[in-house]
Write a protein that binds this ligand. Sequence first.
Ligand code: GDG
Length: 727
Amino acid sequence: MGRLVIVSNRLPVSVEKRKEKLYFARSIGGLATALGSFYKSQPSLWIGWPGIELEKIKGQERDIIAGLKPENCYPVFLRKEDVDDFYHGFCNITLWPLFHYFPQYVVYKEELWQAYHRVNEAFANVVAEAAEDGDVIWIQDYHFMLLPKLIRDRLPKAAVGFFLHIPFPSFEIFRLLPWRNQILEGLLGADLVGFHTYDYTWHFVNSVRNLLGYQVAMGQITTPDRIIKADVFPIGIDYENYANAAQNPEVQAEVSKFREKIGDRKIILSVDRLDYSKGIPNRLEGFSLFLEKHPEYREKIVFILVVGPSRITVEHYAQLKKRMEELVGEINGKHGIIGWMPIWYLHTPLSFHSVVALYNMADVCLVTPLRDGMNLVAKEYLSTKTDGKGVLILSETAGAAKELGEAVSINVNDVEEIAEALAAALAMPEEEQRERNRAMQQRIRLYSVGRWADDFINSLLNTRKIQDELGAKKLDAESGNKIVSDYQKSQRRLILLDYDGTLVPFASTPEEARPDSELIELLNKFSRDANNRVVLISGRNRSNLEEWFGGLDIALVAEHGAWVKEKGKDWEMIETLTGGWKNEVRPIMELSMNRIPGTFIEEKDFSLAWHYRQADPKISSLRAREIVNDLLNVTANYNLHVLEGSKVVEVKDARVTKGRAALRWISQQTWDFIVAIGDDSTDEDMFKVLPAAAWSIKVRFGMSVAKFTLDSPSEVRSLLKEMIGKS
Ligand code: GDG
């Protein structure tokens, strides 16, 4: 691997300008601190905004580039208008509320979307210029969801990873976004897309399936030309840094200072940036109720509420600040007495040492987001608790709740529960505190931020390997020649061919995909050679195959293997089958057929298929996902298979497969040449039963057990012509 190129909204170094002079300062907190040591441990480059608008530093760009160089940082300059419409705009008033389940706060504005696009383009240009062959590009967060594709367009061979630090919402929320498809297509430019939890990953792949119709299996998304992986990487923290900081003299000085003010009162602590997703009012209401229900704690506790200033120009943040301050005032007014205020409210950024000192002293840490991608405060708090004491109260809607199962879990909308959790936490025996924390600390220590980054990059490189292996499968000239010469040299040949999508391209209706005279002649040529056994293995019904190929001297398989017809003999059923289940399946398909114009049902002896090739692609592909779910429910009690083909959903008896049909011929005698060619998932069953020496070819790109791929039916025909031409 070459260098690691990290792309994030802010650089780890910020530029400030005072009296015409430039100053370079380390950005505190956030991703910069988290990834700091990882990116320094290897050759790397960090691309991002230096935190100052272009208008303010016009003419000094070169100085900034030079000043950032020793830190391996490279700036993308943004004008004030871009910062406003991109960062304060589309990022923070469109994407942020939507992805945190606040659809009522979302602003949908075309000009903000344009700015998002513009800034993503600007970043793509800088990345394309700075990146070199072999570099690994790792894009961070919701600011850059278009960037993976924009980079892929410019650097088709680059290894590109994307990590989302905030939740990916459920499909029903995500679909509200007018630019939803562009966002998904943008993300799919990456090779690996990472999330904090399994739920977010599932929401993402579900949206990809529903909106773009791509096949998804085990977190692998197959687009027409690539495979992309979506996976879970819960971010960690630098555990040792927090654990060791507790012994730091500066931290200890802070502890003594605070202790002097607080005395021996117990401390409840919360630390967040001001944000409506953090559930601050709910937390305050829970605390107020706790004081009412547990007067015994009056004067014996303090609640230190640290709220970092943030996004105050946005209307909803200003409203939240007002509401929060009213609540603090009300609670202190109602429960406080001279010499004791229950809430100590700090609306100012604190130093790292002060934050660690507070974590270290706090008996209870109250983390109550309504939604949070992960929440690092919960992990940081536990890491400073080297004596094992302290209780974490954690909302179940924080990503961290998936890993920190031993915390006191709350539903943040249940004010009573918050109040009771506080009482339980303050009364929790020390032994229980230690026991709960031990398990969580071990996990946080093991899965540190360095490990998180390592895992992500390794998984990205691994995905590239899988893609390379698939790419290598394309039948090249050398293998093409080998297949032709193998064919020529052999005497007992079995040729297994699928029809639709393999020998002919798809047409609007199944009837239109008739074989042309060239194909009939080609098949005739093969069948005239007494050394060949040609079997056409199709999903089509008997009469169709009979009408088109009945006159040829080849074997036919209809309905994916339900019916077989040997050369010159009658059709026979491969197994005793019944179609009684159709009465339950048909109404579900009829419902879709009646609702969506252009779709129709094809009834075969032992299967039913709903075709939607001619229907509105957006509506019908959405309905196709729904119908599959409905059908899976109904078919659970039968031995049935629900197949998703190309613009068709089909239900058939699970005992019927092309593999079973193919075995009938494979086991008939010893063959010295076998080739099987097919294009969809039903053909995979055929590929799976082939002997090791057989040739197998999948038409079109996609995951397959076949040894090779060809791009189209016309490539298949060219190969067949070459084989027959030389024999
Ligand atoms: C995203 C996701 C996800 C806070 N106040 C002060 C201060 N902090 C530090 C904390 C902690 C960080 O800020 C906040 O952590 P979050 O987890 O809330 O992270 P965000 O940066 O808001 O955002 C989030 C995260 O990315 C990582 O993937 O967990 O869900 O929204 O480190 O300690 N630090 C100092 N003074 C303060 O006053 N020094």
